[in-house]
Ligand binder design. Structure first.
Ligand SMILES: [Zn+2]
Length: 217
């Protein structure tokens, strides 16, 4: 079962540590009567988007535009096995592509410049605290709101499941947990779909997450 409580703790710690210089203004957010606005930033989550080198002390970001490219590490110690790749492709093609995001696999990924591959999936436990199975972090912030390239690191041993991949990809496009949404919701509210925490393996986006994505991109 994915557990993300330690991530929350580290986010809180990061918030305290960097609040003096990277908090972002909370704009109007989602204008219609959504069940809840869980698109970053919300009035409860303003930590800022900034670059880090690993899964720790991370900020929170939207992706930098609606064209969402992704790559799966294909060699070396962090590569995804065939089964993991199948899960990721299913989530991207059948859960995120039907939203207003335009999702494509980038078989020639870019890791520098101003138009990097947006999401890089890795299978690794490096830098993950023992209570965390997955973590999303930005390594090239474009602004204090948006990131040009984010890494999704998920530990091996069968943790690459639909629910967790959907959850971490949700973070990469700006979706928050329930207790950071406005109005606040339980972290286990069923209407949060795969942004519930802990998340079960069969979860997808559901209506509220899709509305927030489509209002943003
Ligand atoms: Zn999470």
């Amino acid at each position: 079962m994915p557990r993300t409580s330690a991530k929350r703790l580290s986010l809180r710690a990061a918030c305290i540590a960097v609040a003096a210089f990277t908090t972002v203004a909370v704009t109007a957010g989602v204008a219609w009567a959504a069940y809840t606005d869980n698109m970053y930033p919300t009035q409860y989550l303003t930590v800022g988007c900034f670059s880090v080198s690993g899964p720790h002390q991370s900020g929170f970001c939207q992706t930098d535009n609606k064209d969402l490219t992704y790559y799966m590490d294909s060699g070396g110690s962090n590569k995804l096995e065939a089964g993991d790749r199948s899960v990721v492709n299913n989530v991207m093609n059948n859960i995120y592509e039907p939203t207003d995001l335009s999702v494509t696999y980038d078989s020639s990924p870019s890791f520098s410049g101003s138009a990097e591959t947006d999401i890089v999936f890795e299978e690794s436990s490096s830098g993950l605290s023992s209570s965390v199975d997955g973590y999303t972090f930005c390594n090239n912030a474009a602004t204090t709101l948006k990131c040009d390239q984010q890494y999704i690191r998920i530990r091996g041993g069968g943790h690459y499941g639909q629910g967790l991949v959907c959850h971490e990809t949700g973070h990469a496009v700006g979706l928050t947990h329930g207790d950071d949404a406005s109005p606040r919701k339980s972290r286990t509210d069923e209407k949060l779909g795969c942004m519930e925490t802990p998340v079960s393996n069969d979860e997808g986006l559901q209506a509220n997450n899709i509305e927030n994505i489509n209002a943003t991109y």
